[in-house]
Design a protein around this ligand. Structure first.
Ligand SMILES: [Zn+2]
Ligand SMILES: [Zn+2]
Length: 412
């Protein structure tokens, strides 16, 4: 299995000791000074490819969007999925290659820094614009028409590639000329670029409420406080408290709790207020009961990375089953699997989940582009899965995940 995770050279913000991180690392524990800190990128991480430019060259960096995640496409026969790992220029300039190719996977990166002396070309294309280019490209290989496409991101970042200009344009990673001539006035334009306005921040991993040490694995997107039973997600500036709960289980021994995002959403053009509505919309093979009108409808989406072929059936199954017996605001006793897929990814998946259960497809798929789904509230729910030799099984909802898949997904 190819490892798609980028490696980043890093220095401990406390003692300066060097370390190598992978791009999924959020919780950094220094091997030397033992200080733990949480990496706060704000909107997304920004990395630089290493420059080998000789001293004295005016190095500048060209931004590339990097998207790693799942792409879902709704076609007549159902929902198609694939895993994608792509990069694309965030400027629109033919002087530079369209994508980074495999470079970002073979070189050790560094966090970009506002302290850098180099110039950074400002991004001119949004990630959404770049994703539209890719969606159009992937669309060509699908049966037509394609009613809806959604990308569910696991990792979105900006990678900067170094260059310098002399009589020709030099690729500073290789320290070789590209053979291309920068246009007249190019160096002046570059020199006029604003400085990078971004700095990775580090937060102490202490509970903002009670000061206790927060708990989490290196790749956790949610940190937990066992002292005051609270859960915390990084916002742009600080940790935000997150509502949570778990599905009760009698079997504590052999259980691991997997995290799911349970989302309340306003869906227009489809009546989906209650579990009664859901049974009708999904044409469930059971007669809707009147009391189901009192069970509010919620979407469920995995809070952990898993291959797209498993992600969608799992999300759909959980949504259709609406687990009862929720214990609110209490952490279960037992092992908790880390949250590795953020809430924003779960929100991106909602329309695809709807598309996966709505019946009949023939009537509803042509309407997909017009249906809007707005997330209105959420809760992080830990669901118990029984450990077996090769898999994890949820007996109540009859869903099995191969352990190997979870392991592989960590390196996705
Ligand atoms: Zn240190
Ligand atoms: Zn606390």
């Amino acid at each position: 299995m190819k490892n798609y995770n980028l490696l980043i050279e890093h220095q401990c913000p406390q003692c300066g000791a060097p370390a190598t991180l992978t791009e999924t690392d959020r919780l950094f524990s220094c091997e030397f000074c033992r200080v733990r800190s949480y990496l706060m990128p704000g909107d997304h991480f920004r990395y630089c490819l290493p420059s080998r430019a000789p001293a004295g060259k005016s190095v500048f960096y060209v931004p590339y969007w990097r998207f790693k995640g799942m792409l879902f496409s709704c076609v007549s026969e159902g929902v198609r999925q694939r895993f994608v790992d792509i990069s694309h220029q965030a400027v629109d300039n033919a002087l530079f290659p369209h994508s980074l190719g495999f470079r970002s996977q073979t070189l050790k990166l560094q966090f970009a820094s506002a302290d850098s002396e180099a110039q950074f070309l400002p991004p001119e294309q949004s990630l959404a614009a770049v994703m539209r280019i890719f969606q159009t490209r992937f669309r060509l290989r699908l049966p037509q028409p394609v009613y809806h496409q959604a990308h569910v991101g696991e990792n979105i970042s900006m990678i900067y590639a170094p260059y310098y200009a002399e009589s020709s344009l030099y690729d500073a990673v290789l320290n070789e000329t590209t053979g291309r001539q920068p246009p007249a006035g190019f160096s002046e334009t570059v020199a006029g670029c604003p400085r990078l306005d971004w700095q990775l921040r580090f937060l102490p991993t202490l509970c903002p409420k009670c000061g206790w040490d927060l708990e989490g694995q290196t790749d956790s997107l949610v940190l937990l406080c066992r002292n005051c039973a609270s859960a915390w997600q990084p916002g742009r500036q600080r940790l935000h408290r997150t509502r949570f709960g778990h599905v009760a289980t009698g079997n504590q021994e052999e259980v691991i709790f997997l995290p799911f995002w349970r989302i309340r959403a306003d869906v227009d053009q489809v009546v989906l207020d209650s579990y009664f509505d859901l049974a009708k919309t999904a044409n469930l093979p059971k007669v809707p009961r009147e009391e189901w009108r009192d069970i509010p409808f919620r979407f469920w989406s995995p809070g952990f990375k898993i291959r797209p072929q498993t992600f969608l059936p799992l999300a759909t199954k959980m949504t259709l089953t609406h687990p009862p017996d929720l214990v609110a605001d209490q952490l279960p006793d037992g092992e908790l699997y880390p949250v590795t897929l953020p809430l924003v990814s779960a929100v991106e998946s909602l329309k695809v989940i709807l598309a996966n259960f709505i019946k009949p497809r023939k009537t509803h798929f042509p309407r997909l582009p017009d249906i809007t789904i707005a997330a209105a509230g959420f809760r992080l729910i830990y669901v118990p899965f029984v450990r077996r030799h090769h898999d994890l099984t949820q007996p109540q909802f009859r869903f099995t995940i191969l352990k190997n898949q979870l392991k592989l997904a960590k390196s996705l």
